[in-house]
Ligand binder design. Structure first.
Ligand code: HEM
Ligand SMILES: [Ca+2]
Ligand SMILES: [Ca+2]
Length: 314
């Protein structure tokens, strides 16, 4: 539980002496990747979320499973299977470049935080400074994942509780869920809403009929292609804006966990506020991302490592 402990100190100028060009180096990779494959943006933002929620922001998500080992690494846990390769590739390429200029000093965890920030901005969202000085974690096990990552059918109550255990408020929860203003989800994550919500043989009444109709064409009830995805934000799927919240008010949320935010009395007023005011959303998102990227950070060689290859412990 991180709520009882203040975040250990990081700083904006941590690499001022050891790697002053760090953010330009990462920036050259993210802008290039964003041009080549814009899906790198949602992929990397989600990757940061899944890293920070499991054991803190320590790049534990990047470790590859080892052949011959019984226990799989985090990235191979069921809840991480759909993390897109573009996120991992972004960090790998950025790290490769950074190692050429400043060998052995920059953590993979810091690179992931910087890259996610770059992509928020490249996709049209706010730009914000990020604190640095994280070390990479020494533990990555699949068994730690399930209890720390929210589900598409989590209730608002469960979401609030989980986010609270990470030191994040209800406002942070609603703001961070706004990351679903870009990116895509596989049918399996919402198909129950289309055909038999809560096993009752009827679609979810909290879904707009037009959206329901469109999504049913993508996602058949049985035997569909499991690779099919639908955009979270049907209006501006590639733009980082507050349209997500307006959609929720019109029953156009994709996951049950998204849509529920528009109905629960604790989250509804915040959804309303962000739907009305893009500026407030951006401000709250930046504040929440700052908190997210400080969850349980590791510092020092006793508890952490600096990996050269982000997918392997040193
Ligand atoms: C609040 C609870 C949350 C739930 C239940 C949730 C669940 C999901 C699910 C099921 C997917 C679809 C994965 C797939 O089918 O490929 C997804 C995608 C995504 N999530 Fe979340 N998420 C939550 C919060 C967050 C947060 C806090 C962030 C980041 C700050 C985030 C960022 C993303 C992004 C950007 C995608 C799109 C990924 C892509 O297109 O590659 N999510 N999420
Ligand atoms: Ca982690
Ligand atoms: Ca959008």
């Amino acid at each position: 539980n991180t709520t009882t402990r203040p975040p250990r100190q990081l700083s904006l100028n941590y690499y001022a002496k050891s790697c002053p060009q760090l953010e330009q180096l990462v920036g050259s990779v993210t802008s290039q990747q964003f041009k080549q494959s814009p899906v790198s943006a949602p992929a990397t933002i989600r990757l940061l979320f899944h890293d920070c929620f499991v054991g803190g922001c320590d790049a534990s998500i990047l470790i590859a499973s080892k052949g011959g080992r019984k226990e799989l690494a985090e990235k191979d846990a069921e809840d991480n299977r759909d993390l897109k390769v573009e996120g991992f590739e972004t960090v790998r390429k950025a790290k490769e470049l950074v190692e050429k200029k400043c060998p052995g000093v920059v953590s993979c965890a810091d690179i992931l935080v910087i890259a996610a920030r770059d992509y928020v901005h490249l996709a049209g969202g706010p730009y914000y400074p990020v604190k640095k000085g994280r070390w990479d974690g020494k533990i990555s096990t699949a068994s730690r994942v399930a209890s720390n990552i929210p589900r598409a059918n989590s209730t608002v109550d469960q979401l609030i509780k989980l986010f609270n255990t990470k030191g994040l408020t209800t406002r942070d929860l609603v703001a961070l869920s706004g990351a679903h203003t870009i990116g895509f989800a596989h049918c399996k994550n919402f198909v129950a809403r289309l055909y038999s919500y809560r096993g009752k043989g009827q679609p979810d009444p909290d879904m707009d009929p037009k959206l329901l109709h469109a999504l049913r064409m993508y996602c058949p009830n049985f035997g569909g292609n499991s690779d099919i995805v639908a955009p979270f934000d049907a209006t501006t799927p590639f733009l980082f804006d507050h349209a997500y919240y307006g959609n929720l008010q019109q029953k156009m949320g994709l996951l049950a966990s998204d849509q529920a935010l528009a109905f629960d009395p604790r989250t509804k007023p915040i959804v309303l506020e962000f739907a009305k005011d893009n500026h407030n959303f951006f401000q709250a998102f930046v504040a929440a991302m700052d908190k997210l990227s400080l969850i349980k950070v590791v510092r020092g060689a006793r508890h952490g490592e600096k990996r050269r290859d982000c997918s392997m412990h040193t």
